[in-house]
Design a protein around this ligand. Structure first.
Ligand SMILES: [Zn+2]
Length: 407
């Protein structure tokens, strides 16, 4: 009897022990349009804290690191040794960043800032006891009258967000964010909390974009049932990057980009597919990542009734023609003709799987498999998923079909 009681106590104690293995991780970012910088603080609180944080400062955007705990700067690295029960590290983060073309993918003006919250915090490798996990929140300090939009649940009204990143022990903010004098429109679409946000005063079609998502997101969700439950679309005009850039549960889209282009593909759906799959290629497989995104930009429009079968076929033929300019798919970066040719490969893969499975499977099974695993995709992995769906070899994915002899 005694022993039974003892066992029961032990069992009860286990969840408590597990719960004690967390610490609070608070990111504070004070955004200052006068200096163009954010003063960022990483604060850790708990009985047990990670023993070491190794920060990678190689982007050159992090300066003036300070802490009362041991902090060692070593070239592009900073090694910080926090100690319980409370430790804090702060630094300045340069918000503006121009890409090679001169346009910005991160920018602050007197009235707003658009950036990836990922970049607020440098890459960090964390040394901690096994099982020790963070409970992370992000608090923004903004100029008077500024609002904020991030793809996270807001706690209260003062720009305080609870961060989540399942599977990560050291949780960090991710995805696009916009702060400032902004306007936003929100709706629930296929159970996705979707928001379009952009600086006030710019010519942004928030409602049209939301309606476009209303037609197309439900189709995407059928292919990708694990599509994030929160989606933030950030938009702005020049001098921001003149295209689309996906992020975690979010994307940026330049205000001038049409929802559907002249060739009937859609940059918006293309980026949504990147959000859905979360994949990147190894050094020869970017065509798979871009081909899937571009294929579904057309396929989703066809399924949602955005374009007819006839126009879809025509668009596919035009892409195939353009794809002839790409002698080889195995480039580090897939663009223009390579992606166009990759779309044709996706169509072949789809047809082969449909034929081989008697219509029971199609390329959706492959895309879903990629999205479930996320991370890096290789030709071998893509082929394995396609062959599983087809129940046999898929000829479209023979290396011969992807190399020097465009089909
Ligand atoms: Zn892309």
């Amino acid at each position: 009897m005694l022993r039974l009681v003892f066992t029961a106590l032990l069992t009860l104690a286990l969840p408590l022990t597990a719960a004690a293995e967390t610490y609070d991780l608070l990111y504070r970012a004070a955004i200052d349009p006068d200096t163009g910088k954010a003063r960022v603080e990483i604060r850790l609180e708990g009985d047990t804290l990670p023993s070491e944080l190794d920060l990678n400062l190689s982007s050159g955007r992090y300066t003036q690191l300070e802490s009362e705990q041991p902090l060692e700067l070593d070239g592009d690295r900073a090694i910080w040794q926090p100690s319980a029960p409370s430790a804090s590290l702060s630094y300045l983060f340069e918000i503006d960043e121009q890409k090679g073309s001169g346009s910005y993918d991160s920018r602050i003006t007197d009235d707003w800032a658009i950036l990836r919250s990922d970049k607020l915090i440098p890459p960090i490798s964390v040394t901690a006891e096994r099982g020790l996990r963070s409970e992370a929140e992000l608090h923004l300090e903004l100029p008077e009258g500024w609002s904020s939009a991030l793809p996270y649940a807001e706690l209260g009204q003062d720009h305080h967000y609870r961060l989540k990143d399942p599977g990560r022990r050291f949780v960090r903010p991710k995805g696009w964010m916009i702060v400032g004098r902004i306007g936003s429109r929100q709706d629930f679409i296929a159970d996705v909390d979707a928001k379009i946000a952009a600086p006030l005063g710019e010519d942004i079609h928030r409602q049209d974009t939301l309606a476009f998502l209303g037609w197309n997101l439900p189709e995407l969700k059928k292919v990708f049932p694990d599509f994030p439950d929160q989606l933030l679309v950030v938009s702005a005009g020049d001098p921001m990057w003149r295209g689309g850039l996906s992020g975690t549960r979010s994307l940026f889209m330049h205000a001038d980009r049409p929802l559907i282009s002249g060739n009937r593909t859609s940059s918006m759906i293309h980026e949504l597919v990147h959000v859905a799959t979360g994949i990147h290629g190894d050094d020869e497989s970017d065509w798979i990542v871009e081909g899937i995104a571009e294929f579904y930009s057309l396929e989703t429009l066809r399924r949602s009734g955005g374009i007819s079968q006839r126009r879809y076929d025509q668009a596919m033929d035009e892409l195939a023609e353009w794809g002839r300019e790409a002698p080889n798919l195995f480039e580090r970066r897939s663009s223009g003709p390579i992606t166009a040719r990759a779309v044709g490969i996706m169509r072949q893969v789809d047809e082969e799987i449909r034929d081989a499975s008697g219509g029971k499977a199609n390329i959706d099974n492959v895309a879903r498999g990629l999205a479930e695993d996320r991370g890096e995709v290789t030709l071998a992995k893509f082929r394995r998923l396609a062959e599983q769906a087809a129940g046999g070899p898929v000829k479209a994915l023979d290396r011969d079909n992807l190399g020097d002899e465009p089909g």
